[in-house]
Design a binder for this molecule. Structure first.
Ligand SMILES: CSC[C@H]1O[C@H](OP(=O)(O)O)[C@H](O)[C@@H]1O
Length: 350
């Protein structure tokens, strides 16, 4: 069964969002009927995962545009741009957010009337979601080419179907393997502080019927040394022009550990996650989240009141630690800078 993290209802103009904060114990959907509700859903992680954030934000603009009563195109487009800027404040790191809302704006400004602009907004948001589904499937196909029956992959956070339109990025090979009756195993790092690995990846792979073993983040070195891990595959929130990759906090450590154990370390991501305007990882804005995510676990205090906290949501893996980037255009290896540049705006494959 495939659960969609974001579903647009064309008849009612409602965006149904899977509330990922409630997983794995409750599968609850919330209805967003305004752009503010979408902003809130993204900021507070009801919807998360770079591609899913982008899709939700695109529909956030649709929700605003559908509500807007106006016949003046210029005014409508000015306000739409302001709403784009508002949504852009919801989370800073995943570049898919900015990519998706900019796509909606680019589509809308071609319109000759407000009516047409509204139609273009919906059309574009639906296209972004549809394209992501196809893109992730291709990532799964290319990812699976790197694996064999019986292989074991270690991953972090959740780069699964619920982080995208479908299939996921790092987890996409597991979906394709299941379709083809190929047995793969996974180790999922729990991913403190918000536990996307324990709550989401363990749940998603269980739903899929994949053999998944949950570990705490601090067990990764021992597992890589002792458990015959074939590869580490992770998602990405933003890939800089030189291949440096921002992903969930803890990913950088995994890349170092994989290198130390001579295990390939792959990043799986669509081209919408590649940001050629960001030269290196140093230029990627790293989100810092509320201290309570660290001091508390599911509402229960772990640390003394007043404890000083540092809570970066992401870290950056330098390109030299990345064996390859699995994209919808194929596996990219070697000179990332040159290859990403050449492939980004091109329909050619690797
Ligand atoms: C398929 S992108 C997955 C990506 O989402 C992450 O972060 P968050 O849960 O904070 O949105 C994470 O870094 C994953 O790799």
């Amino acid at each position: 069964m495939t659960i969609q993290s974001v579903e647009w209802n064309q008849e009612t103009n409602v965006l149904r969002i899977l509330d990922q904060r409630q997983l794995p114990h409750k599968v609850i959907f919330v209805d967003a009927v305004s752009i503010e509700e979408v902003w809130e859903a993204i900021t507070f992680l009801k919807v998360r995962g770079a591609p899913a954030i982008g899709i939700a934000a695109a529909f956030g603009l649709v929700l605003w545009s559908e509500e807007k009563q106006s016949n003046q195109l210029e005014l409508f487009l000015d306000e739409l741009r302001a709403k784009r800027d508002y949504l852009a404040t919801s989370r800073p790191t995943a570049v898919n957010l900015f990519w998706a809302i900019d796509r909606v704006i680019e589509a809308a400004i071609k319109a000759k009337s407000v009516e047409e602009a509204k139609k273009r907004c919906v059309f574009e948001a639906i296209a972004i979601q549809e394209e992501d589904r196809n893109t992730c499937r291709k990532i799964g196909e290319f990812g699976l080419e790197l694996l064999e029956e019986g292989d074991t992959v270690l991953t972090i956070c959740n780069a699964g179907g619920i982080a995208t339109a479908q299939y996921g990025t790092a987890l996409a090979p597991f979906y394709l393997a299941k379709e083809r009756d190929i047995e793969l195993k996974a180790y999922a790092c729990e991913t403190r502080p918000v536990l996307q690995g324990a709550r989401l990846t363990a749940w998603e792979l269980q739903q899929l019927g994949t053999d998944v073993t949950l570990i705490t983040d601090s067990m990764a070195a021992h597992v890589l040394k002792t458990k015959n891990i074939t590869a580490v595959i992770v998602g990405a929130d933003r890939i800089a022009a030189n291949g440096d990759t921002a992903n969930k906090i803890g990913t950088y450590g995994l890349a170092i550990l994989a290198t130390a154990h001579d295990i390939p370390f792959y990043v799986a991501a669509p081209f919408s996650t590649i940001d050629l305007n960001t030269s290196t990882g140093e230029d990627i804005p790293i989100e810092e989240r509320a201290p309570q995510e660290v001091t508390h676990l599911q509402g229960v205090a772990l640390a003394p009141d007043g404890t000083k906290v540092f809570n970066p949501a992401f870290d950056v893996v330098p390109n030299e630690l990345i064996s390859g980037i699995i994209t919808e255009k194929g596996l990219i290896e070697g000179d990332f800078e040159k290859k990403l540049q050449a492939l980004k705006n091109d329909s050619v494959h690797v």
